[in-house]
Design a protein around this ligand. Structure first.
Ligand SMILES: [Zn+2]
Length: 284
């Protein structure tokens, strides 16, 4: 057991020792040495201890190895008779009441998860020594919605996206000028988008796909806004239309007359090229 210098890493109320972890994991035991605490409900200070509570939380990794904290927190009675809280757990600034992660770890994971997809974030974080599943990251993003809320500009892009392909879909809204995600909504039927638009009357340009759900939401709430089809969908629609047209006009088999004057090898190559082209067409 080894006492470590902890002032810079852990709150002063804890006596910190490093424990042996498994598989290179770092484990720190944090024991409270507080003599009093302030009730989070009424703000009254109490020195009347009730009991202790143990919990395990995960912290930022060290040298790519996972870090776990075994925290012993004190519970106090609130002495204020007018307070609705009788017993409370001391606050430590390190971890919120029910979280499995320290606040600094949660903030770091959120930063990663909001820059890439949750599934990619799971892999990146695992390389760094933070084990977390995609669903937990999604719940964190939802819970932190207000904290990370970004005010959109006047030009937005909207599209649907899959929580689970073929099963659950949502609506994603981006600021077209900053390229930041400003909101993620449930469903893609336009209902939640319509409600969201009602709270943002300054928007004057909406880039969207060709689906009618988002178009009718904009028509209804912001009829003055300019609606434009986004580049991705225009290009995709153009390519689909070209493909359909080509298929409609091109016959199933294209006969290429063999030029008698050419040597047999050249004629054979011409037939092969034609055959190859036909295969490509049929694949598309
Ligand atoms: Zn109180």
């Amino acid at each position: 057991m080894q006492q470590i210098i902890h002032g810079a890493f852990f709150p002063d109320i804890y006596f910190v020792v490093q424990r042996q972890g498994e598989g290179g994991e770092y484990v720190f035991e944090l024991k409270t040495r507080s003599k009093s605490a302030v009730c989070p409900c009424c703000g009254t200070e109490s020195n009347y201890k009730h009991s202790y509570q143990n919990r395990i939380v995960r912290d930022l990794p060290i040298f790519g190895k996972p870090v776990s904290l075994l925290i012993t927190q004190a519970k106090y009675f609130c002495n204020n008779e007018e307070c609705t809280v009788r017993i409370f757990t001391e606050r430590n600034g390190l971890v919120s009441e029910y979280s499995q992660f320290t606040e600094r770890c949660r903030e770091y994971m959120l930063k990663v998860a909001t820059h890439v997809s949750c599934e990619a974030a799971v892999k990146i974080l695992a390389y760094q020594g933070i084990r977390v599943c995609g669903d937990t990251l999604l719940n964190m993003i939802k819970a932190a919605g207000a904290e990370y809320k970004i005010t959109p500009g006047k030009k937005i892009g909207v599209d649907d996206w899959a929580y689970r392909k073929g099963q659950a879909y949502g609506t994603i809204i981006c600021d077209l000028e900053t390229h930041e995600i400003v909101e993620v909504l449930k469903g893609r039927d336009g209902e939640t988008f319509e409600k969201w638009l009602s709270g943002h009357p300054d928007i004057n340009v909406v880039s969207r796909d060709r689906a009618s759900a988002y178009a009718s939401a904009v028509n209804k709430v912001l009829p003055e806004a300019i609606q434009i089809a986004d580049r991705f969908h225009i290009t995709k629609n153009l390519l689909d239309a070209l493909n359909d047209t080509m298929k409609a006009f091109m016959p199933e088999v294209v006969e290429v007359p063999i030029d008698e004057a050419k040597p047999p090898e050249a004629a054979e190559q011409t037939v092969k090229k034609t055959q190859k082209r036909k295969n490509v067409m049929s694949h598309n």
